[in-house]
Design a binder for this molecule. Structure first.
Ligand code: MD3
Ligand code: FE
Length: 207
């Protein structure tokens, strides 16, 4: 990690912490390599909403559980919905990052991996499928810079913030239930991901 110094509430939301450039270039390459290796056995797939609409984001997972969406709804499950196999192990580097940055007494039991290519985006939503909504979520960005949008849980104004490769953010306290999404990518802003695009990893306590 470059330096464990964070900016509190660059979004105006208490509990939102951003560590710009937490992972240096070598750490980003090493983590990406582990994710792409995991994706050989747990390939990125395109989930559909309960209404049957395909996501523009492709997903896979790491660790004991990962979030999935299909006609039956949203849930955390221990197996890949296409291969039926358990998710690959969570890389130790991610477990270490969670320990150092969140100080939460239990390790994450789920990692959702989102792949954005081209025009992929993620609409404004809340993350509330986890059993303990007091546990933080930790997000790691790799590849192209994204325009991230966030606003209070109660609604009202949202604001945008760029998330670049190597940036890490934690959502704790009042920010944990914030409404958030990804408006768009800045195509070509990073050469990290082969073929271009962005990968976001979110570490969570699902159960
Ligand atoms: C704010 N992912 O996987 S990461 C998601 O870049 C998700 O792929 C986005 O939203 C992405 O659910 C945003 C930053 C983030 C992650 C989780 C949050 C922000 C959050 C949970 C609560 C509040
Ligand atoms: Fe989310």
């Amino acid at each position: 990690m470059n330096r464990p110094v964070f900016r509190e509430t660059p979004t105006g939301l208490p509990g939102f912490r951003l560590w710009p450039d937490a992972l240096d270039a070598a750490a980003q390459r090493a983590l990406l390599e582990q994710v792409l290796t995991a994706a050989e056995t747990a390939p990125f797939y395109r989930p559909v909403t309960p209404g049957g609409r395909p996501f523009s984001v492709e997903m896979t997972g790491l660790g004991p559980l990962a979030w999935v969406s299909d006609r039956a709804g949203y849930r955390y499950q221990p197996t890949h919905p296409v291969t039926g196999r358990p998710w690959p192990l969570m890389p130790q580097a991610l477990l270490d990052l969670w320990d150092v940055l969140t100080n939460w007494p239990a390790p994450p039991d789920a990692c959702l991996v989102n792949l954005y290519r081209g025009e992929a985006r993620m609409g404004l939503h809340q993350d509330r499928d986890e059993a303990d909504l007091t546990a933080p979520v930790l997000s790691v960005s790799l590849g192209d810079t994204a325009v991230f949008r966030i606003g209070a849980a109660e609604g009202g104004k949202t604001r945008t913030l760029k998330l670049a490769s190597g940036d890490v953010c934690a959502l704790t306290g009042p920010a944990r239930l914030a409404r958030h999404g990804i408006d768009r990518l800045l195509a070509g802003s990073s050469q990290l991901v082969p073929g271009g695009g962005r990968i976001n990893l979110t570490l969570r306590r699902a159960r």
